[in-house]
Design a protein around this ligand. Structure first.
Ligand code: COA
Length: 258
């Protein structure tokens, strides 16, 4: 059980379900929520009876990414920050990771999908990585994984322009496995998680390890470089202006910065 009421964790048939439930803030992730998610990942990894982890949000929203107030007040600058711990875990999580996504999936809401084995999206899913618009740079290894998955130019549209993609486009690009209706995406993801949990566990883990081995080391070393760059951008005047502007519901003014 977790003490953070915005992260609801439950277990069923060998699958640990982690659900982000902070609808009034579009499921934006705070330090406390990251800490609760990290605990769930640790539990899933340590417990041999848990064969897969399914992460989801609400039907209206997967997550609006990092909580801007948290980011402004308490920027996660070190490796020991709960968000950085989660990103490191995602890159090495040894069991199948499944995501069920609908509504906005912003920032880490999209980059975490690049670490999942199976991703199912509802028809209202909208994926976006607006890092540059926020004065930031990509995170969670996305500056490495996304060009690898979809090619440099298509990744540039998503990472440099922060373009939003819908459920069909996410499937075309290979970020998601399938698009289902808003009512069906979650039951389907659950069913697929149960199917994978019923497979021989050691064979599944080995398969995941082998699929990731060719780029694992490179991903981790790139994430260290990317993480340092992200921490520096987070305290940059542009990023602070962008985040303050979002909270104050106004357009950011970058004209004063070089
Ligand atoms: N951090 C903190 N608060 C957030 C938030 C975030 N990342 N995302 C949304 N919220 C808050 C809004 O400020 C708003 O608060 P209010 O009710 O006090 O005005 C509330 O959640 C609802 O958000 P709103 O923007 O009105 O909902 P929407 O349906 O019009 O848009 C999003 C949803 C997710 C598209 C939009 O909220 C958004 O773009 N959020 C920022 C995403 C982002 O840039 N994340 C950081 C990536 S590093």
């Amino acid at each position: 059980m977790t003490e953070c009421k915005e992260i609801v964790v439950s277990e069923s048939g060998g699958v640990l379900e982690v659900s982000i439930q902070r609808p009034d803030r579009k499921n934006a992730l705070t330090h406390a929520m990251y800490t609760a998610i990290n605990k769930a990942f640790d539990r899933a990894e340590a417990d041999p009876l848990i064969r897969a982890l399914l992460i989801t949000g609400t039907q209206e929203c997967f997550t609006a990414g990092n909580d801007m107030v948290d980011f402004l007040q308490n920027p996660p600058l070190g490796e020991d920050a709960p968000v950085m711990i989660l990103l490191a875990k995602l890159a090495v999580f040894p069991k199948p990771l499944i995501a069920a996504v609908n509504g906005p999936a912003v920032g880490v809401g999209t980059t975490l999908l690049l670490h999942c084995d199976l991703v199912y999206v509802g028809e209202s899913a909208r994926l976006q990585m607006p890092f540059t618009s926020l004065g930031l740079c990509p995170e969670a290894g996305s500056s490495y994984l996304l060009p690898l998955l979809i090619g440099h130019q298509r990744a540039a549209e998503l990472l440099m322009l922060g373009e939003t993609i819908d459920a069909d486009r996410a499937c075309q690009l290979g970020i998601a496995n399938a698009r289902l209706s808003d009512d069906e995406y979650f039951p389907h993801a659950r069913q697929q998680a149960a199917r994978i949990a019923a497979q021989p566990a050691a064979a599944v883990r080995l398969t995941k390890q082998l699929m990731r081995a060719p780029f694992d080391e490179r991903l981790r070393s790139h994430m260290a470089i990317e993480g340092d760059a992200f921490a520096k951008r987070l305290v940059s005047p542009e990023a602070r202006e962008a985040m303050q502007a979002f909270m104050q519901k106004r357009k950011p003014d970058f004209s004063q910065f070089d």
